[in-house]
Design a binder for this molecule. Structure first.
Ligand SMILES: C[S@@+](CC[C@H](N)C(=O)[O-])C[C@H]1O[C@@H](n2cnc3c(N)ncnc32)[C@H](O)[C@@H]1O
Length: 468
């Protein structure tokens, strides 16, 4: 293979260069080198040799577009989605499942080593489930094609242009026909589609949720208006056509901005929630509350947390950032007392409802900010400090004040669930900097196959704790 000499091609927008892809970056793009500069190329895989066009050029790096694949990597596969080259929903449809998993584990390792400062951390094999058909919930923005037909799908990467979907290979297959039919019926009803720029029109999003174990389906339309003409009749028709559909809801979101759901949801027909079996519990899940999108892997992770914490039944456990109690409720069965803290009141209402539904009496949920609640618990429970704290913060990780409060609370064990390796590594570094805690084990989990997202739970133990 002859390579074009680096010096003969100007480092500028529009230049065409040939490079070997050697790595993947956090965004999921392939990474190659042009001389001592770095080139990021979407839709490539380590092992590819590619002819690329530089599109955004900085002194030391450039973003490039794949023009031609000169040699295909052994890790490259044919995408199992017909719109993989356009749709921004998945980034790695062209990467083999094994290589995706390895890349995710590598990313966690690199973050722990480079940002966290940990040397050779023990990282377990990644938890996996089905690489396709796993999503139990989808929420698609709605739009119209140039010819006026109703569209639903994800945005083209880096744009606000919808890529219309009639099916999606990562969503539960039971949602496929519903997606196509609902779009057609919206069109037939003449319901207008919301225009974000002009702030006109009604319908904004279509959300579908399925109980992976029960098969129950829930359909929610998000509208800028409180009503839609004949929504009751259409809802009844959908219920009749789909025996698994248990309810049709209308969420009202008149606010501009990126929030999908508004604050009020009205059940049009049927019920406003599905039932689902999770970790041996019977859960009720409404349309607008967060539930882990990959039921199987979440359940698997819950088991790992319970086993790794080596719970004896005597512990006081705090689950900070608990959502609807996805981890709190199953873990409550293994401890003396569990406390969940969550900022969203609706999620706590759902958690309390599900605790009662499953006769779990040893759990208390608090609505509010973890940053405020941890010091309050510290003040109120001097004689009963928590034995274990589970954390599952959003991507930005924990505030410094939360980490300080954790150190004050001084639990024997901390399990930190994270969806962003960089912030996980940063926070673990802060917790372990005092040498009071050491990192025992990290469990990666592949909740979102075909995408670059990766989750992990890190287990910390206090030095000298009797469990060590
Ligand atoms: C990654 S989700 C995890 C939810 C839950 N553990 C689960 O698995 O379903 C993070 C949760 O933290 C909540 N949250 C975000 N910031 C918070 C804060 N400062 N205090 C309390 N809860 C917060 C969000 O509402 C969300 O439910």
């Amino acid at each position: 293979m002859t390579h074009s000499p680096v010096s003969s091609i100007p480092w500028q927008q529009g230049s065409i260069v040939e490079i070997d892809i050697t790595d993947l970056c956090d965004r999921g793009d392939g990474v190659g080198r042009w001389g001592d500069r770095v080139v990021f190329v979407p839709d490539t895989v380590p092992g590819d040799r590619a002819c690329v066009r530089l599109v955004r050029v900085k002194p030391q790096y450039a973003d490039a577009k794949l023009r031609e694949l000169l040699e295909a990597s052994p890790h490259r596969i044919r995408p199992r989605c017909i719109v993989a080259d356009k749709c921004g929903g998945c980034q790695w449809q062209h990467v083999s499942d094994d290589f995706q998993r390895q890349a995710k584990v590598d990313r966690i390792r690199q973050a722990l080593e480079r940002i966290g400062g940990f040397q050779a951390p023990e990282i377990g094999p990644i938890l996996t489930g089905d690489p396709l058909g796993y999503r139990n919930k989808v929420t698609y923005p709605l739009g119209r094609s140039q010819t006026g037909s109703v569209q639903a799908g994800y945005y083209r990467r880096g744009t606000h242009t919808l890529v219309n979907l009639n099916r999606c290979p990562v969503q539960d297959p039971h949602l496929d026909s519903l997606l196509a039919d609902v779009k057609r019926d919206i069109e037939a009803r003449g319901w207008s589609i919301y225009n974000q720029t002009r702030r006109t029109g009604r319908l904004r999003h279509l959300s579908l949720r399925v109980g992976r174990r029960t098969g129950e389906l829930l359909l929610t339309l998000v509208s800028a208006t409180t009503d839609l003409p004949d929504i009751e009749a259409q809802g009844a028709r959908w219920l009749e056509r789909y025996p698994q559909l248990v309810g049709v809801c209308l969420n009202h979101n008149p606010e501009p901005g990126n929030n999908i759901f508004g604050s009020s949801t009205r059940c049009i027909v049927g019920r406003d929630a599905i039932f689902e079996t999770f970790a041996g519990l019977d859960l009720q899940l409404t349309a607008d509350t967060f539930f882990q999108v990959n039921t199987e892997v979440a359940e698997h992770l819950c088991d790992v947390v319970s086993e790794r914490l080596e719970l004896t039944g005597n512990e006081l456990l705090i689950d900070a950032y608990c959502g609807i109690g996805t981890f709190t409720l199953p873990l409550a069965r293994h401890v003396r007392q569990a406390i969940g803290i969550e900022s969203q009141a609706a999620a706590v209402t759902q958690a309390e409802h599900n605790a009662a539904r499953n006769a779990i009496a040893n759990v208390t949920f608090y609505v509010g900010n973890v940053r405020d609640w941890l010091p309050k618990l510290l003040a109120s429970s001097a004689s009963t400090c928590p034995d274990a704290i589970l954390l599952d913060p959003p991507r930005k990780g924990c505030d410094r004040a939360v980490l300080d409060a954790l150190l004050e609370l001084n639990p024997s064990q901390i399990a930190y669930v994270s969806c962003k390796p960089a912030t996980l590594a940063r926070d673990l570094n802060a917790l372990c900097a005092t040498s009071r805690y050491h990192l025992r084990y990290v469990q990666p989990a592949d909740f979102f196959p075909q995408t670059t997202h990766v989750e992990a739970v890190a287990f910390l133990r206090r030095e000298g704790s009797s469990l060590a």
